[in-house]
Design a protein around this ligand. Structure first.
Ligand code: C5P
Length: 232
């Protein structure tokens, strides 16, 4: 039996309206490169990853510029122009399109284009933690703040115990066959782990890093650049 391989799948078909930028969030420039390019460079440089697939929208007019500026990505990645209306649908469309090149037992690391702080070391930590796991899992951060549930009037309704609570990050890493089945059968989920959980399975939590945060709001750009410039 051939050992399983590791593929990356990057959903990058969103708009990121909360960023209020002139272009889709994943193309906002950060430390001299579009956000998505940081992620593609990290996966392309990883010895662990066999190949990367990026899912963009059918009308995407930006990815061509990234590829033209980064010839080293050729051969290390494939662009799929079949993004969907939701992240869930974009990931599922990507899984369908990569079918010919991937076996059911191969691992897929799904990673948000909006998390440019991912490093090769974090990829390897996730892979080493899960390569012998029956289910798979995800990078996540233990919650350190006290949590409040607020009402529409912004008044505290309750303090939520934070014991055992984690904030999910990506990559989320599952075997191709299981992940595809889970996403095909789940109703709308906001991450891959949610679809696996709906099958009654328990993904493993692997501690990530603050630098792997999701760039969402305009002020996140400065923080992301601090992290990115720190390693360049
Ligand atoms: O908007 P948000 O930051 O939650 O999106 C997370 C990731 O999912 C981003 O990389 C975004 O481009 C992607 N996405 C997608 N297709 C959508 C919506 C979001 O690929 N329809």
């Amino acid at each position: 039996m051939t050992p399983p391989r590791y593929f990356a799948l990057i959903p990058a078909a969103g708009i990121g309206a909360r960023m209020e930028a002139d272009c889709p969030k994943q193309y906002v420039p950060l430390a001299g490169k579009p956000m998505l390019r940081h992620v593609l460079d990290t996966f392309a440089a990883s010895q662990t990853i066999t190949h990367t697939f990026a899912v963009v929208g059918a009308e995407d007019g930006y990815i061509g510029g990234i590829l033209a500026a980064a010839p080293h990505l050729a051969g290390r990645m494939t662009v799929l122009h079949n993004g969907g209306a939701t992240r869930h649908q974009s990931v599922l469309n990507g899984l369908h399109a990569m079918r010919e090149q991937v076996d059911d037992g191969d691992w897929v690391l799904v990673h948000d284009a909006a998390r440019p702080g991912l490093t090769a070391a974090l990829i390897d930590k996730l892979v080493q933690s899960l390569c012998d796991d029956a289910v798979g899992g995800l990078l996540a951060m233990p919650i350190v703040d006290t949590l409040k549930r607020g009402g529409t009037d912004h008044r505290v309704q309750a303090t939520v115990p934070r014991d055992g609570l984690w904030a999910a990050q990506t990559p989320q890493m599952f075997r191709y066959g299981l992940l595809r089945r889970a996403l095909e059968h789940s109703a709308q989920v906001t991450d891959e782990a949610g679809a696996i959980e709906a099958l009654g399975l328990q993904p493993k939590l692997v501690e990530g890093s603050p630098r792997n945060f999701k760039v969402t709001l305009p002020h996140d750009v400065a923080l992301a650049e601090l992290y990115l410039k720190g390693i360049e």
